[in-house]
Design a protein around this ligand. Sequence first.
Ligand code: SAH
Ligand code: SF4
Ligand code: F3S
Length: 470
Amino acid sequence: MNLPDLNEARKRTSKEILIKTNDYIVKENLKDLGQGKKYYVKTYGCQMNVHDSENIKAILEDMSFEEVDNLEDADLILLNTCAIRENAHNKVFGFLGRVKHLKESKPHIICGICGCMAQEENVVKEIKNKYKWVDIVFGTHNIYNLPNILFDSMTKKEQEIEVFSIEGDVLENIPVKRDSKYKAWVNIMYGCDKFCTYCIVPYTRGKQRSRTPEYIINEVKDLVKEGYQEVTLLGQNVNAYGKDLGIDYKMGDLLRDVAKTGIPRIRFMTSHPWDFDDDMINAIKEYDNIMPYIHLPLQSGSDKILKLMGRRYTKEKYLDLYHKLKEIPDVAITTDIIVGFPGETEEDFNDTLDVVKECEYDSAFTFIFSPREGTPAAKMQDNISKEEKEERLYKLNELVNEFANKNNQKYLHKVVKVLIEGIGEKGNLFGYTDTMKLVNVDGSEDNIGKIVDVEITDIKTWSLDGKVVK
Ligand code: SAH
Ligand code: SF4
Ligand code: F3S
């Protein structure tokens, strides 16, 4: 048993990170472990978790398990969890209630919890004490060992907890079962060293480890050969890519090399304003296949709060960068904002509203501050009432929606490129523009998986309607 330890997770060791190409192995006797058994993976949280689930699914299929869409049909249920805010926790514990109910009628079901919540001391303690029926818990650094963890749980019939607090090396031979045939997630780095004072990620994902350019570019080249239309380069702050590799090669260089593979669309996320350099902006301008869409989290517009958050930029610096990015032709910019951070006064909040008014974001993800155990902000004096926080969130959202709608209006009657991903709930096609606008599209199913010209016929706040013209 390996239990998580926040003090360990906080450490940043100088241990050299190696690239390992044979750490993941499925022993001969485990290749049929899942024969005749079905699995269901439920994913919470960010794209990194979505991509981890693609790895987990491939590992399970290496052991002959078969995927099902329906929880009720599964013999193995895995919850890949997120720890970013309290409500992410609540959702997982709510879902666990359903699994418990199922397990009462079908005791053979194996239930596992993985992802960022599995890295949290208090969560694992609770599972160990109050959820003894949960069979396995494994951390974000333990995914490669899933075959052995599962085997141990199935043979020993006791709760199996394997969570390393300190990150491991960069593993390059983990298989992947991608959810889409057209767009792919490509990790370019793991972990985060920024330690924004409110954030749990540096504890749940370990120190920053970049993959080498060769592995990333080869992965994209393979995706091009398989007919993929789009890649999203993933990391908690992709702009810091390469800093830990000790070579003179940064995000701008990587963007250019990925662009040269000829993949039709390149996206990247998330960008921390701190490391966004001019070379990256130039790379985006130079290549048509680097999409003019940037997610640039603001968090707060008040210098006092930004300092307390440990974001290391001021409102002025953020706005300078924002205006430089706005020079990219037809660019769309979105953001993340937290309201109700400890010590946020009405004046601080108004500073945030001022930035939103100046930036007129295409859209924004807005959150009420949620204290995360073990982070510095959780210990800060929080004297704002719940009602006040909710009021600020409401006010902010009103403004955000106004600009989202205003930005969308610019698209009316224009012809834009859309990668058609599939058929939506209302029976029509759907896809995204270069600028990441969701479009509901009239057109034939032959267009699925293709980038087509779409004329925009109607505007909603959060989506566009259109019809295929070519
Ligand atoms: N690496 C990304 C953010 C990842 S988390 C970045 O630095 O931009 C996604 C968003 O969740 C953050 O941008 C932040 O707005 C929000 N968030 C993170 N921790 C939070 C907390 N404790 N309470 C409320 N929102 C939080
Ligand atoms: Fe969290 Fe900050 Fe790292 Fe983003 S950059 S993951 S907000 S610590
Ligand atoms: Fe959540 Fe972990 Fe992502 S905390 S946002 S799943 S890195």
